[in-house]
Design a protein around this ligand. Sequence first.
Ligand code: 13P
Length: 252
Amino acid sequence: MNKRRPLIAGNWKMNKTTAEARDFAIRFQEQVADITDVDMLICAPFTALSALKEELEESIIHIGAQNMHYETKGAFTGEISAEMLLDLACTYVIIGHSERRDYFKEDDELIAKKVKAALDNGLTPILCVGENLALRESGRALAFVRGQVEKNLMELTPAELAKVVIAYEPIWAIGTGKTASAEDAQEMCSGIRSTLAGIAGSVADEIRILYGGSVKSGNIASMMAQPDIDGALVGGASLDVEEFVKLVQNAR
Ligand code: 13P
């Protein structure tokens, strides 16, 4: 019996001004006010977090960031610390998104440090893992993703690991309209869970694993029906209020 609470998280990426974020928050909140059986989260750009705090701090909707630095403060021009995110009512932070790994050259060592720093500061890290098309086509996807999970989480205690959320996001499915089949996604998420069990034993059953990659209101239900998929990390479809509301409703 799966006792993990579903989580539907929007990743706005580099989208929305403060005014647009505020407008979304007001309208979204109105339409999902009666939903108590799914955790809802919006991961916004840093510049929109203050507006979201004002609109959502007292609501059931959680606020998250898309990245952070592992140090608390200091001479790190352009960076944001966990403490600053807590100040803006964030409870979650995405770590190691494939766009950060690819475009900003974040490696496994850096990502492991960020996950640990998020936990040390009381933020829930959403660790993103996933293979590219070449790895998928060569049949090495699961081995690669298992390696990412191990390298990014190996240093954590089981109690720390229990607080992590994993997002399995095959890179070839992100923003392409190509979703992994529900069966393929389940196979990968099940493999991730068994890797977690190898690190932390039975705690693996408590860890939420999300699927991400072209999730829409029309395909979320088939993903949620899989035993090892506990929610979704949603890019494009989280930008439109009506679509994201529908997606949350269809996830239930
Ligand atoms: P899309 O839903 O736009 O494919 O993006 C997925 C993603 O990268 C979420 O983090």
